[in-house]
Design a protein. Structure first.
Length: 580
């Protein structure tokens, strides 16, 4: 007999996928998507991972499967590609070689829509197992209509894929600790490996797994493998040994999954790194350690050497400086401890915040013992927040705490256990939540909740919390509908010429379509600054550029402050009609 709740879950997942497809057709390629797509295609064609060492290859390669099927030619002889400079290489491949970049960006997003649906299915199953089928539907609705998820899950970006795979691995770890079983062991290792193959920050989940397992083990001491037990000597037939062995097996499985993502490549550190990386290492090694460094870099064999290159590069970046964060009208070097708290309070729908408060209150009201189950849902949120915010110190966007928005819906499934009249309030809040989400379509990246005017979101946050260059298509549609000649200052790695004819206005130097493009500040001319004189006409400018966040000239567009925009596209591109 067909379960009505399973049918309802299927319908919700279809609606979720439909919204994601709709968003994907409306959003132009956001920051880094075109770089990831072209780099993934290069990886699939060459098994050479030096073009993109910022992240492991899995996300890149998944996005590039449609390109591989289509058999598009890659500009291997382009100098940017030969020098492993992926901004310039992506510009040449996607915008200068005649391929339909918009089509392949859309097709490249489809694998991540599938991953998002799989994640939704796991959320439904986990909540259903914990609190019942009605809870599963509540959790799935909270996930499927979360603006943060709708904004980030269907992008060719590493943030959602690492979050999804790590979350699913914790689900199977939960099943493993409850019921044991070889299948749960293998699936925990598999999905942890997929997370590690998606983004280097997946390593932050290792202390989460260990903490959860240790707390669970100490509180229950019932963990064992019947099949494993019979192969062990009697003295070792203890749950402690089974526990330790299973953790080791999970790590071994994850290692081989990561290695397979690199095509089981074996080589020296230098074989997996662009020359400029090894030069940088030698420059920072004391003279008396140069010979040792030479052996480690040039001769010592490593599995998946590019993985070690990327990991060391990210460690070097973290050790030598932090990215600035922009919020509440100020620029901060690195993050501050309350960045993600404020972010959570203004980027998450108010109805969700109220429902979360009710869920937490129910822990104390409902005396039913879910102590160990809560470990798997709340401990990851706490540890990940502390590890990422305090240790990694990044405050560039809500995408860095995406795992929170996977664990919380499962935890909030307990709302199904509420009694009347509280249950009526819960249902009303869920309805409000869904309606608010639908009204925000398709502007989920730039979404702010009801307490904030979306067009004033820049007063709270800039960067990835608002403007990733996603509204270029919206600007193109607006210009065509009104027959406008546009002067454009744009923040994004998409070449605007793919969408509209425009007259160039000063934009950040590191964008590959910008005249005089440079990969880094050291490649700029001495005392470089943008030419930012006043001009007339129809001016379209990304709000991040208007605020001069990434401009060398920090007063570049201050003169626009005395004008009111005639249109705001998707909350991120401000359009002015300057007549004099």
């Amino acid at each position: 007999m067909v379960n009505k709740f399973d049918v309802a879950a299927f319908i919700v997942l279809l609606a979720f996928a439909g919204i994601l497809v709709g968003v994907s057709t409306q959003n132009s390629a956001v920051f880094e998507e075109n770089n990831h797509l072209s780099t993934g295609y290069y990886f699939l064609l060459t098994n050479d991972y030096r073009l993109g060492t910022s992240h492991p290859p899995l996300t890149y390669e998944l996005s590039a499967i449609p390109l591989l099927i289509a058999g598009k030619e890659f500009p291997f002889e382009n100098q940017y590609c030969k020098d492993f400079l992926y901004y310039g290489c992506a510009q040449e491949f996607l915008y200068n070689s005649g391929i339909d970049s918009k089509l392949f960006i859309f097709l490249g997003r489809l694998p991540f829509i599938i991953i998002a649906m799989l994640t939704g299915l796991v959320i439904y199953m986990w909540s259903k197992e914990l609190y019942g089928a009605k809870a599963g539907i509540i959790s799935l609705l909270l996930y499927s209509f979360m603006p943060v998820i709708l904004g980030w899950s269907a992008l060719i970006m590493t943030d959602f894929s690492v979050s999804a795979f790590a979350f699913i691995s914790v689900y199977f770890l939960w099943k493993l600790m409850r019921k044991s079983g070889i299948a749960n062991l293998l699936l925990t290792g598999l999905f942890f490996g997929l997370a590690m193959s998606s983004k280097f920050t997946a390593i932050l989940f290792l202390p989460i797994y260990l903490s959860i397992a240790i707390f669970w083990f100490l509180s229950r001491k019932s963990y064992d493998f019947p099949r494993l037990k019979k192969y062990l000597p009697k003295k070792l037939r203890l749950s402690e040994i089974s526990f330790i062995i299973s953790m080791i097996i999970i790590l071994i499985i994850a290692f081989f999954v990561v290695w397979s993502a690199y095509g089981f490549d074996v080589g020296s550190y230098s074989s997996g790194a662009p020359q400029r990386y090894t030069d940088l290492v030698y420059e920072n090694v004391p003279d008396n350690f140069q010979n040792t460094a030479s052996f480690l870099i040039e001769k010592m064999p490593l599995p998946a050497p590019s993985y070690f290159v990327g990991t060391s590069a990210q460690m070097f970046i973290s050790a030598t400086g932090s990215k600035p964060s922009f919020f509440l009208g100020e620029t901060h070097e690195g993050s501050v401890w309350y960045f993600h708290i404020i972010e959570f309070l203004v980027k998450v729908p108010i109805a969700f915040l109220i429902l979360l408060a009710i869920s937490i209150a129910m822990i104390f009201i409902n005396k039913k013992n879910y102590k160990n189950d809560k470990l798997f849902l709340l401990l990851p949120v706490l540890i990940y927040y502390i590890a990422f915010v305090v240790i990694v110190n990044i405050g560039s966007g809500i995408q860095h705490v995406l795992p929170v928005f996977l664990f919380l819906p499962v935890f909030m499934g307990r709302l199904a256990l509420s009694k009347q009249p509280l249950q009526y309030l819960v249902y009303a809040l869920i309805a409000w939540y869904i309606i608010a989400s639908l009204l925000a379509f398709p502007h989920y990246i730039s979404y702010f909740n009801e307490a904030v005017d979306d067009d004033k979101g820049y007063e709270y946050f800039l960067g990835a919390n608002l403007d990733l260059g996603q509204d270029l298509k919206g600007l193109s549609d607006y210009a065509k509908q009104n027959n406008l000649d546009i002067k454009l200052s744009y923040l994004g790695t998409t070449d605007p010429a793919a969408y509209l004819d425009y007259e160039y206005l000063a934009s950040p130097f590191f964008l590959s379509w910008v005249p005089g493009f440079a990969h880094s500040e050291k490649d700029l001319e001495e005392n470089y600054t943008e030419s930012c004189g006043k001009t007339t006409g129809i001016i379209a400018i990304s709000i991040t550029n208007r605020e001069s966040v990434f401009m060398q000239n920090k007063s570049c567009y201050d003169w626009l402050g005395s004008y009111e925009p005639i249109e705001i596209i998707g909350h991120t591109i401000f359009v002015y009609n300057i007549t004099s």
